[in-house]
Design a protein around this ligand. Sequence first.
Ligand code: SF4
Ligand code: SF4
Length: 75
Amino acid sequence: MPDKVEVDRELCKGCGLCVEFCPKHVMQLSDELNTIGHHPAELHDGETCTSCALCAEMCPEGGITVYRKRRKRRE
Ligand code: SF4
Ligand code: SF4
């Protein structure tokens, strides 16, 4: 099974909104840089993530995809 949260590292601008708004505090900014010089967000605790998708809703770049076990996100 893939990670519950997938961040498009090259779309991410490192704004930190997903980190700030995650109710479970399981997103963080990576120490690494993407090719445009930003620290991309990443999921650091997949077990605690509830797949609530708030991070994806907050992302101004549309760079986060959330996977759920039984339900698909509405397009
Ligand atoms: S899906 Fe919800 S719990 Fe999981 S990282 Fe995003 S905001 Fe946090
Ligand atoms: S909200 Fe989007 S652009 Fe901002 S840090 Fe998170 S993934 Fe990156």
